[in-house]
Design a protein around this ligand. Structure first.
Ligand SMILES: Nc1ncnc2c1ncn2[C@@H]1O[C@H](COP(=O)(O)OP(=O)(O)OP(=O)(O)O)[C@@H](O)[C@H]1O
Length: 882
């Protein structure tokens, strides 16, 4: 059959939704396809969007809502599905490689045999770039294919299995298919809940996400306060008047609205077509600019699985980071489905999954707990626990790690799950939200070859399911090369190859070798030798630009870069929508705090070490001061020092509890921040949990010393002062943690923060006797304000009042004091001098302020340090561009 005959053919099929026959015209190029309903009364044909017959006026049955069990099969019998770039196609794949009407698949009636695969008749519709099956050597005109086959439309990969995704409304499948709209209704609701008129079974969609509202002759799309937003042509909308041909996305779920046919259909735009356009990344190094990536361009189609290869330091990680919007390129851009990622980041934020080289999981949690908290943080707020449990179990099953569900993750030092399983758990975190684009940095590093092959096999399966996957990898085996679709080779930031992975990329650097020769076989069996000429040239100092220039002359560049590249005129230049920083939510703060508390409770040894510090310090203070405690002399002479040390200990607790807490999880923080983490919620969760820990420490400290050292002040006030001191110390420690790059640096710097507390706190040198700059510096010390506050608390309870009866004791007090001095000093002092009557005068003198001022300053420190933590976290981001 000639293609033109095929296009003009009309097919008639029973549409159960409207209980009528429908004639569907598949028209020649550039004309619009149309469906007509056949009236059961007079058999005349009426356009499908009408609700009464145009001839006899008999009502035509409205599309009815499909039941869960109602699969597409009855529609699929004899169904022809046209795939192409044209808007009238059943499956629209909007890529340059694809012809307007590229090919047709016609369902073949099943024979009913057990285990029978779904089969289709494939017909090429004279597509310019041809249709191929399973590999790109066998161009076909017509052939029977099964759901296990893969079509190549030009170089565009399309697994036959995916046909069902575009058509199927069966809710058991994770993808959104064709939804028939009840066009007779004034309001059509859209969401994840089963009672919506349009059910979108996608984790990024809210229960009640949006609605279509008909007003007069116009149709409006209204967002119903969804978590991930409703977008029309890339712009987030709250209410928007729809026009034909507009792209609609609910979160990352992209759909095509066909008003004429009254259907909302899975759109190709739900998949990700990723394009790097002349990417250049540079960093400042001293007074010159270092170029990390030089003019990298390539296109990755949906379902493609692409490996980024190259020697160490070639720029693979840098490229991944630039592709996903982590690094801002100096020149060039990344396009996602034709949209500039930099200006549409919010729209695609949730569609991008990124697994960095480092683990992004807390080793103290079990696999289930890690996934649960991530789901709580990333999925819409209205996702129930039951839904989360289902998703977790589904993802674990997909990744074949269900058996690890309740095992603690552990770390290489403290064994939990295996290395391969840990890589999969990292991946599982990302899969919870079903991202369409997955970027992985060395997912197989450190794995045994069998484990690595398993992980790669799994990724291959995910790509076949519709995901676009890029990963960096070192020295893949021939088996892994075969799994990849394309590879991109980088050398010193230059793109030296992008094209088919096997065998082309393995032989590319050996142009002198015939593809079918024995030498070629040897290279294909030994991947290490693939890049040898490149490595040797690099070692000989040959510039890599030579190889980049050679690649630009190659047929691979023509086919995989130039021909795939969107024509700049066709690139959608959407209005700039700056990235909206994730906003604070109580729910996020609560989830982060719960997770953090869980981690602290699970880290029994670490938390016990922190907690045990308090009684140790308290007992030591009791040992030193208890023998001197009791009576006025002690309160005047020794108790202030005990109070000072308590204050310093409280600051120390806060500071040392916090110093490693941000820096040690920076990879996790960065990843979560990229998705939706609010800095405020994150910092607040740290203060909440560590503040609780500080409270327990201060409580133990106070309880033990209060009863052993004869303090007079109200114990609750004392506890409050110590807690405020430790909260301020906590803020100081967290600021340090947000500033440094390694945990070791943080620990090394803690003493630098604490020593000034001791020196400037006012106990060693009274504040009013310090010179002006030192006194100013002492105002910055937490301990100075805490010490004064503690003295005030004692003073308020008359601890330092000297009654008339105690006056004679004054002399003996002075004597005791002087008797403690060395004999030479006693002689030097001569006559007895009375002790200062009040420690407030003795340690502060004219510098004394009130208790409320002390407490205000301590609270102020905490607030300022909290702000400092947030500020340093934001500062860190300037380099990442998120
Ligand atoms: N912020 C930066 N400042 C200066 N140089 C940088 C920066 N980031 C990366 N580089 C340098 O850029 C080059 C590429 O780094 P990148 O991490 O992308 O390489 P890679 O190919 O991923 O290496 P590997 O395979 O070892 O992970 C390296 O030489 C690295 O030192």
């Amino acid at each position: 059959m000639r293609p033109t005959d095929a296009w003009s053919r009309a097919s008639k099929f029973w549409a159960a939704e409207r209980e009528v026959w429908i004639v569907k015209h598949v028209l020649p190029r550039d004309s619009v396809a149309m469906s007509l309903l056949i009236c059961s009364n007079c058999e005349s044909k009426t356009p499908a969007h009408e609700i009464v017959c145009g001839d006899c006026g008999v009502p035509l049955a409205a599309p009815r809502k499909r039941e869960k069990s109602e699969a597409i099969d009855e529609r699929a019998q004899g169904l022809s599905v046209v795939i192409g770039r044209g808007f009238d196609c059943d499956i629209i794949l909007d890529a340059r490689q694809i012809s307007r009407h590229h090919c047709r698949l016609t369902k073949i009636q099943p024979t009913g045999e057990l285990g029978e695969l779904e089969r289709w008749l494939l017909e090429d519709l004279s597509a310019a770039n041809g249709t191929f099956v399973n590999d790109r050597f066998e161009r076909v005109q017509s052939r029977v294919v099964s759901e296990e086959d893969v079509l190549f439309l030009g170089s565009y990969r399309f697994p036959v299995r995916r046909v069902r995704e575009f058509l199927d409304t069966d809710h058991d499948t994770p993808h959104v298919g064709t939804n028939y709209l009840p066009m007779e209704q004034a309001i059509i609701t859209i969401g994840r809940d089963v009672d919506n008129d349009v059910l979108l079974d996608d984790p990024q969609v809210s229960r009640r996400h949006a609605r279509l509202v008909r007003e007069a002759d116009e149709l409006y799309l209204e967002d119903l306060g969804s978590a991930n937003g409703t977008f029309v042509d890339g712009q987030r909308v709250t209410r928007h008047r729809l026009e034909p041909g507009q792209d609609i996305s609910f979160g990352t779920c992209a759909l095509r609205l066909d008003l004429e046919r009254g259907i909302l259909q899975k759109s190709y735009r739900g998949d990700i077509l990723l394009q790097a356009e002349n990417l250049v990344v540079e960093v400042g190094e001293g007074d010159h600019i270092k170029r990390l990536l030089d003019d990298v361009s390539f296109t990755v189609y949906p379902t493609e699985f692409v490996g980024l290869l190259g020697p160490s330091g070639a720029g693979k990680t840098t490229l991944l980071m630039a592709l996903i919007g982590y690094l801002r390129p100096a020149f060039g851009r990344t396009l996602v489905n034709g949209d500039d990622l930099a200006t549409n980041f919010d729209r695609y934020r949730n569609a991008i999954g990124y697994v960095p080289q480092e683990d992004i999981i807390h080793s103290e949690l079990t696999v289930f707990e890690a996934l649960y908290y991530t789901a709580k943080l990333r999925l819409p707020a209205d996702t129930t626990d039951a839904e989360i449990f289902r998703r977790i179990d589904g993802v674990l099953a997909d990744l074949e790690i269900s058996q690890t569900r309740d095992i603690r993750i552990g770390s290489p030092e403290r064994k939990g799950i295996s290395g391969g399983q840990r890589k999969r758990v990292n991946l599982a975190l990302e899969l919870l939200t079903e991202p369409s684009l997955l970027c992985l940095d060395e997912p197989t590093s450190g794995l045994a070859s069998e484990d690595a092959a398993n992980v790669m096999g799994l990724l291959r399966k995910l790509a076949n399911g519709g995901r676009t996957i890029l990963l960096t990898i070192h020295q893949p085996s021939p088996q892994v090369y075969k799994m990849l679709d394309n590879t991109l080779y980088l050398a010193a930031g230059e793109q030296v190859y992008y094209g088919p992975a096997y065998p082309d990329s393995m032989l590319y650097f050996h142009p002198e070798i015939e593809p079918d020769s024995v030498e070629a076989e040897e290279i294909l069996a030994d991947p290490g030798s693939c890049m040898r000429p490149l490595m040797e040239a690099a070692r000989a100092g040959e510039p890599m630009e030579t190889f980049a220039a050679r690649y630009r002359q190659s047929r691979y560049f023509d086919e995989f870069v130039r021909e795939r590249r969107e024509d700049p005129r066709e690139v959608k230049l959407s209005k700039k929508s700056p990235r909206r920083p994730p906003s604070f939510s109580v729910r996020q703060w609560w989830t982060l705090s719960r997770r953090y508390l869980d981690i602290k409770l699970k880290d029994r040894v670490g938390t016990a070490i922190l907690l045990v510090q308090a009684p140790i310090v308290a007992v030591l203070l009791a040992l030193v001061f208890a023998q001197e405690s009791g009576g006025l002399i002690s309160r005047l002479q020794y108790a202030p020092f005990a109070l000072f040390l308590l204050v310093v200990a409280a600051v120390w607790f806060g500071c040392s509890n916090a110093a490693r807490e941000i820096v040690s999880e920076q990879a996790i923080y960065r990843r979560e921040r990229m998705v939706n983490l609010s800095v405020l919620a994150y910092a607040a969760s740290k203060f909440t949990v560590l503040g609780g820990l500080c409270f327990l420490q201060c409580l133990m400290l106070m309880t033990i010393t209060y009863f052993t050292l004869d303090f007079w002040g109200n114990p609750l006030w004392h506890l409050g002062v110590l807690w405020l001191c430790s909260l301020a110390g906590l803020g100081l420690g967290l600021m340090l943690s947000a500033l440094v790059r390694t945990g070791e640096a943080a620990i090394a710097l803690v003493p630098i923060l604490l020593i000034p507390q001791v020196i400037l706190g006012g106990a060693i040198m009274p504040v009013d006797r310090m010179n002006a700059p030192t006194e100013l510096a002492s105002k910055m010390a937490i301990a100075r304000w805490g010490f004064e506050a503690a003295l005030h608390v004692e003073h308020r309870s008359d601890a330092y009042e000297i009654s008339a009866a105690q006056q004679p004791d004054m002399v003996s007090a002075a004597m005791v004091s002087q008797a403690m001095l060395a004999p030479s000093l006693q002689a030097e002092m001569g006559a007895l001098t009375p002790l200062p009557p009040n420690p407030l005068n003795r340690f502060l003198g004219d510098a004394e302020t009130g208790l409320s001022r002390n407490l205000g300053v301590l609270g102020g420190f905490t607030v300022i340090f909290f702000g400092g933590v947030c500020g340093f976290l934001y500062l860190r981001e300037r380099r990442w561009d998120i």
